[in-house]
Design a binder for this molecule. Structure first.
Ligand SMILES: NC(=O)c1ccc[n+]([C@@H]2O[C@H](COP(=O)([O-])OP(=O)(O)OC[C@H]3O[C@@H](n4cnc5c(N)ncnc54)[C@H](OP(=O)(O)O)[C@@H]3O)[C@@H](O)[C@H]2O)c1
Length: 288
């Protein structure tokens, strides 16, 4: 376990976090539902991440539900001073594992309290409001009502900073008129580039962009270009995909997910992988 190098920091709220963090969703059971097969292995991944220098972990109380947050608490509480835990609200889970929008004032308030209790915190550092007009991708619609509730919870001191997830530029603009938005978490990776212009706009305004599914998510990235580049550099395709994201824009904060210590180490090592301009140009071909 050694502190990884090669990845710098970016502002997240009033804290500065390393650009390579960790996403905890993969620690719950299959379908992000129920407990993991091997809870000890899940705890080991979390402890290894923090021991390796990770100070930004992404989670949600609807992973499991409750499972991921409870694992984080068991593995890491009392938390290191520099660790930033980011959570998200706006959904609950059905008995069958389905994802059900939960955006009423009562549901959002309950979600904040569930996160506080299961993480063992008095204040949540960053809470993302996830838009649910479409579960799978951003879709237009006003986020004013739920964001007003979250801003009220912030004023009550339960939430320090607010972010948005699964949102369009119009929704981000609407959100920024209502309260300060410190980060945006949308689907983005070397093959899925719908947010290219948005990332540059947010970078200009100093807002962090946190791509979810940086490795392709439930369908991990597969590309002959990625594999060829990785083979030439003597690294893995996933490492190239992460190094590309780090290079893409300085406001990108990574939260690759894994349930394996070996993959975690591999992902963190991507922080010191340099990509030459000719390689970056080649990788542009993946999204075409
Ligand atoms: N805001 C949202 O709507 C939203 C949606 C989805 C996710 N998220 C957040 O984003 C984080 C990242 O997304 P994600 O975990 O779904 O997807 P991801 O990071 O793109 O990919 C995770 C998948 O890649 C595999 N993997 C990880 N490292 C690997 C490696 N080095 N080599 C080969 N396979 C590897 C994992 O399997 P193993 O476990 O076997 O390593 C897992 O199947 C989540 O943990 C969650 O915190 C947010």
């Amino acid at each position: 376990m050694s502190d990884y190098t090669g990845s710098d920091t970016f502002k997240l709220g009033h804290r500065s976090v390393k650009r390579l963090g960790y996403g905890a969703m993969q620690l719950a059971g299959p379908g992000v539902f129920g407990p993991p097969k091997d809870p000890k292995a899940a705890l080991a991944v979390l402890r290894e991440a923090v021991a390796s220098g990770v100070n930004h972990i992404d989670t949600a109380d609807f992973y499991g539900p409750h499972v991921t947050n409870q694992l984080i608490r068991e593995a890491l509480h009392p938390y290191p001073d520099d660790l930033v835990l980011v959570t998200k609200i706006s959904a609950r889970r059905g008995a069958d594992g389905s994802w059900i929008p939960a955006l009423s004032r009562d549901e959002l308030t309950q979600a904040v309290h569930d996160n506080l209790r299961n993480l063992g915190l008095d204040v949540l550092e960053v809470v993302n409001l996830r838009s649910m007009f479409n579960t799978h991708h951003p879709a237009e619609g006003s986020i004013e009502a739920p964001l007003t509730v979250l801003a009220d919870l912030q004023r009550q001191g339960l939430v320090r900073h607010i972010g948005l997830s699964n949102v369009t530029p119009t929704q981000i603009a609407e959100g920024r008129r209502l309260c300060e938005i410190v980060c945006v978490q949308n689907h983005y990776n070397v093959a899925h580039r719908a947010d290219d212009a948005l990332i540059d706009d947010l970078a200009r305004d100093g807002i962090a962009y946190v791509p979810y599914f940086p490795l392709g998510g439930f369908t991990p990235l597969q590309s002959s270009i990625l594999s060829d580049v990785a083979a030439r550099l003597g690294v893995t395709p996933m490492q190239v995909a992460l190094a590309w994201l780090l290079k893409r824009s300085s406001n990108i904060l990574l939260i690759p997910g894994t349930s394996s210590v070996a993959h975690l180490r591999e992902n963190l090592a991507a922080g010191s992988l340099a990509l030459a301009p000719s390689v970056l140009a080649e990788l542009e071909g993946i999204a075409v």
